[in-house]
Write a protein that binds this ligand. Structure first.
Ligand code: NAI
Length: 313
């Protein structure tokens, strides 16, 4: 299994590192435009192979797409991250140019690859990749819901602990769908559980509203603390998508995909639960949305279309 990670910055290097540690690939190619950065990070990772006990080859290259040839999965993290106070959508102009050019180059050398899009605004970048490459929709998957769901589980576990229900983020089941943005993502409180018990039975509406709000601005909170966007959870979340593909896990994960009538929508990419396996996404899983959650999902769709409209031709 060969995996290319485009962009050797905070998120890209973390994805490569997690993938190497988890031994999912025989070869990982890290590629960036900044001279020497991918080479240096790849060398640093290779020098941790002995301590961590992995035999994956991590190779760093500057802009040399021939080195990425024959990749099974291409993870796209190239582009600007937001700074404190910025929205993800403000990155659309500059990142669209970067994403369009890198997916074109990567596809030339890896015509059978599955593309995982991380660069923001991710929903629009996923849509752009699909349109620019003409790939079938199962092979273009945006990562946002996995990360937002991890943040949701984290904030739920914090609230549950405070309310006297001991919980770690892994004890909690919770999913976030809709757009990967601060305003319209949809943490699905109605189906969230702690070891099978609905969280609505354990936490008050006020506490759950607070969890939802913290989840929505989870990325902005970290950007405020770090001065740039986060990388550990985004990197781990992207690696989890690669894992589901590499292991043909057929796992249900909320991801950004192109809708063709599912959830009553088409002609856009937005976060919904999908079954992820060796061929990319196999199908969209239908969750019955009602009331506020349905209204929020509809807002996500409107917001995603607005950003897509800025992509031009
Ligand atoms: P970073 O600034 O640390 O790294 C970005 C890297 O992309 C840099 O090394 C840069 O040289 C490289 N790059 C720029 N243009 C390139 C090109 N044409 N070809 C190859 N490499 C190129 O940024 P970070 O923190 O790694 O974030 C990367 C992207 O991921 C940002 O757009 C950020 O907003 C997004 N992101 C998305 C998340 C999600 O859940 N979808 C979560 C976190 C970040």
């Amino acid at each position: 299994m060969k995996i290319t990670v485009v962009g050797a910055g905070n998120v890209g290097a973390t994805v490569a590192n997690v993938l190497a540690i988890k031994k999912f690939a025989s070869e990982i190619v890290l590629i960036d435009i900044k001279e020497g950065v991918s080479e240096g990070k790849a060398m640093d990772m290779m020098q941790s192979a002995h301590a961590l006990g992995y035999d994956t080859t991590v190779r760093g290259v500057t802009n040399d797409y021939a080195a990425t040839a024959g990749s099974d999965v291409v993870v796209v993290t190239s582009g600007l991250p937001r700074k404190p106070g910025m929205t993800r959508e403000e990155l659309v102009g500059v990142n669209a140019k970067i994403v369009k050019s890198v997916v074109g180059e990567a596809l030339k050398h890896s015509p059978n690859a599955i593309f995982i899009i991380i660069s923001n605004p991710m929903d629009a970048m996923t849509y752009l990749t699909l349109k620019a490459t003409g790939l079938p929709r199962n092979r273009v998957i945006g990562m946002g819901g996995m990360l937002d769901s991890s943040r949701f589980r984290y904030y739920l576990s914090e609230a549950l602990n405070k309310a006297g229900h001991p919980a770690t983020p892994t004890d909690v089941d919770g999913m976030v769908i809709g757009g990967h943005n601060d305003k319209t993502m949809v943490p699905l409180v109605s189906i969230a559980t702690l070891r099978g018990i609905p969280v609505t039975q354990l936490l008050s509406k006020q506490v759950l509203d607070d969890v939802v709000q913290k989840t929505k601005v989870g990325g902005a909170t970290l950007t405020g603390l770090l001065g740039t966007s986060a990388w550990y959870a985004p990197g781990a979340s992207a690696a989890a998508l690669v894992e589901a593909i590499v292991l043909d896990a057929k796992k249900v994960i909320p991801c950004c995909v192109y809708l063709e009538g599912e959830y009553g929508e088409k002609e856009l990419c937005v976060g919904v639960p999908i079954v992820l396996g060796k061929d990319g996404f196999e199908k969209v899983v239908d969750v019955k949305l009602e009331g506020e959650e349905k209204a929020k999902f509809d807002e996500s769709v409107v917001a995603a279309r607005e950003v897509n409209a800025q992509l031009g031709d």
